[in-house]
Write a protein that binds this ligand. Structure first.
Ligand code: NAP
Length: 250
């Protein structure tokens, strides 16, 4: 592959790359030529196989991003193996569902820790390594970066916050050669949405609102991820790009 979307010689650090959306993005970046450092708690065997099949190198960094404790080690291990980080995808995320009247502090902190605090501080740690040669940071936002949702107070707060942080970091780092943008997936068939898909009424209502007429698949995000990771997006800063089958247009 050559041209503005080519990622040959680039190294991408992708959090939550063992499954779902993170896996789809890691495989797409490898397909465009990037080597992959994958952060997750669970084993990323399927992702490792797919990256190897694309002919790219793969490193697994086991880490729990509920706290900031592993952040320095993630960066050190990736640099020790690959010598550089060109692309960071802050994808790891979790969700807790409860009515706002009953929402617990534990469910608030668990979600905000992974989805927002770790994403910010991992971006900070990686950006320090990108200052000489530039880089690309892609945050995985949500429809709830634009809308309120129901029964997911900490998730909505975290994803709305992540959209804001995307713009703040773009403002501070664009002139330093670092592009910070976000992808806002619509409704995708992954572990994250299993409860919704198992709820007949919610599942039917959601599907009825998606103009494309189907739930998203992780591979549907590959094009946007490669675009934001590549030279094709060099003048794109602070954008939150919906990949939602038309959900927000309705
Ligand atoms: P998923 O299959 O549940 O994947 C979540 C990923 O995050 C897993 O790789 C998981 O790794 C990782 N993760 C969760 N908690 C972690 C922690 N404490 N430390 C390290 N890694 C952790 O769901 P998904 O849909 O692919 O979600 C990926 C991202 O997309 C999330 O940020 C989610 O909010 C966002 N998103 C999803 C949708 C959707 O419709 N599915 C829509 C909009 C945005 P382990 O398996 O190792 O825990």
């Amino acid at each position: 592959m050559t041209g503005p979307f080519d990622l040959s010689g680039k190294v991408a650090l992708v959090t939550g790359a063992n499954t779902g959306i993170g896996q789809g993005i890691a495989v797409a970046l490898a397909g465009a030529g990037a080597d992959i450092a994958a952060v997750s708690r669970g084993a990323p065997d399927d992702t490792a196989r797919a990256v190897a099949a694309a002919g790219r190198a793969f490193l697994h960094v086991a880490a729990d991003l509920t706290t900031m404790a592993p952040i320095a080690g993630i960066v050190e291990r990736t640099l020790a193996r690959f010598g550089r980080i060109d692309i960071l995808v802050n994808n790891a995320g979790t969700i807790r569902r409860a009515d706002a009247l009953d929402f617990s502090e534990e469910d608030w902190d668990a979600v905000m820790g992974v989805n927002l605090k770790s994403a910010f501080f991992l971006s900070q740690a990686v950006a320090k390594t990108m200052l000489l040669s530039g880089g690309k940071i892609i945050n995985i936002a949500s429809m709830l970066s634009f809308q309120g949702g129901i029964r997911v107070a900490s998730y909505t707060a975290s994803k709305s916050g992540l959209a804001g942080i995307t713009k703040l970091l773009a403002n501070e780092w664009a002139a330093k050669g670092i592009n910070v943008n976000a992808i806002a997936p619509g409704y995708f068939a992954t572990n994250n949405t299993e409860a919704l898909r198992n709820d007949e009424t919610r599942s039917r209502d959601i599907l009825a609102r998606i103009p494309a007429g189907r739930w998203g698949k992780p591979s549907d995000l590959g094009g946007a991820a490669v675009f934001l990771a590549s030279a094709a997006s060099d003048y794109v800063h602070g954008a939150v790009i919906p990949v939602d089958g038309g959900w927000l247009a309705r």
